[in-house]
Design a protein around this ligand. Structure first.
Ligand SMILES: Nc1ncnc2c1ncn2[C@@H]1O[C@H](COP(=O)(O)OP(=O)(O)OP(=O)(O)O)[C@@H](O)[C@H]1O
Ligand SMILES: [Mg+2]
Length: 361
């Protein structure tokens, strides 16, 4: 008797060359039917190369025959996207969130990492992709600057394993090449690296993947919205007027009709400074009201205001995550996170999943 569970277990041992994960958890097997000696199922690999499809097909055949020599196999290769299946290359990741800004230095990396940690502290499985290839800051802030991602060979191809720290899975160019080498990378190479972060990394099952984008609206941002179905974007700004002008430009990229990534909200960073000696005082060093103004322009919510806290910068510089060290910072980020989760719930209620931007060749 051919046993259903045994077949599933066998299929779980077969790796999809695209994602580096097994074909069951990658949800590539559908319509599995077992009737006496007949085993039939479909393999959903419409985007894979012929070579990869035949590797998976042959592995299925060999492994099932090894366990059940009497099995009659009927494997149907799907060439069309099945209705209802996500067209994301990372179906094991429930929410992909891009953190963006117009200007540099407003605190995207700080917001990305502390929001990620805040979600992890709640028990979510989280990852962070450092898409800032010129100025990767995640390795230093997360305290993994000296680590290298492990490499696993799958059907002769090399795949990267994100580095795990504090329950966060991270990938950054800063862990792969030296910072001085990164500055010589140019257009097409940048896009290639971002694609590798998506297609050549073995990402685990995650509730959230947060993407720390470089400032502005360049090639990297475009490659990302083209290769991933991004659930939503979070904009970061400081309260001052010039930061907002640039942020509006960055926001407009997400709102383009053929990109159409909803903006979940705005985080206003460096909203005020409070001296340690007198916690009742607030100094509005960079002005006031910018976050609310940007949120209003994008027809979205202000997720929260994050104060300027010297110890927060200090912890980042030594690879400690600020919310785990500084209570004032933690409470600011708890409220950012809670509003973010509310906005996400509303987004899921109101809008269809984001589609990848289909390129016409
Ligand atoms: N709320 C804050 N309080 C204190 N320091 C902060 C705060 N936010 C950011 N910083 C510090 O300001 C600097 C810039 O922040 P960060 O690197 O997060 O900005 P960014 O927008 O990612 O910059 P880039 O455009 O270079 O990627 C860092 O040294 C960071 O530690
Ligand atoms: Mg940054």
């Amino acid at each position: 008797m051919i046993d259903n569970n045994t077949i599933v277990r066998i299929l779980q041992s077969i790796i999809d060359p695209g994602s580096g994960r097994d074909i069951i958890s990658q949800r590539l097997v559908t319509n599995l039917k077992i009737d006496r000696n007949n085993v039939s199922f479909s393999l959903q690999m419409p985007k894979a190369s012929m070579d990869d499809r035949s590797k998976v097909f042959m592995a299925c055949e060999q492994k099932i025959k090894a366990e059940y020599p009497e099995a009659e196999l009927d494997v149907h290769m799907e060439t069309q996207q099945a209705a209802g299946t996500a067209n994301s290359p990372l179906p094991q990741i429930k929410n992909i969130i891009a953190v963006a800004s117009g200007k540099g230095g407003v605190g995207k990396s700080t917001v990305s990492l502390n929001l990620t940690q805040s979600l992890a502290n709640m028990g979510f499985k989280v990852g962070i992709m450092d898409a800032d290839l010129y100025g990767p800051s995640i390795p230093t802030m997360l305290g993994i600057a000296d680590e290298r991602p492990k490499v696993r060979e799958i059907y002769g191809k090399h795949k990267l394993l994100p580095i795990e720290k504090n329950g966060i899975y991270a990938i950054s160019i800063g862990n792969i090449i030296d910072a001085e080498q990164a500055v010589v990378l140019r257009g097409p190479r940048l896009g290639g690296i971002i694609k590798q972060f998506v297609y050549d990394c073995i990402w685990p099952d995650l509730d959230f993947l947060i993407i720390d984008l470089p400032p502005g609206t360049g090639d990297i941002q475009l490659t990302l919205v083209q290769s991933l179905a991004i659930t939503g974007a979070v904009m970061v700004t400081t309260p001052q007027e010039v930061a907002i002008k640039d942020a509006v430009k960055a926001a407009n990229m997400f709102l383009l009709p053929n990109v159409n990534v909803p903006i979940l909200g705005v985080v206003e960073n460096m909203s005020w400074f409070t001296p340690k000696e007198d916690p009742s005082k607030k100094y509005f060093i960079f002005g006031q009201g910018g976050g609310a103004k940007l949120a209003n322009y994008c027809k979205t919510a202000l997720l929260g205001q994050v104060p300027l806290v010297a110890e927060a910068r200090e912890s980042g510089d030594i690879g400690k995550i600020a919310i785990n060290e500084v209570e004032r910072f933690n409470s600011a980020f708890n409220s950012v996170r809670d509003t973010f989760l509310k906005q996400l719930a509303i987004r899921k209620e109101m809008l269809a999943p984001t589609k990848r931007v289909e390129m016409k060749n």
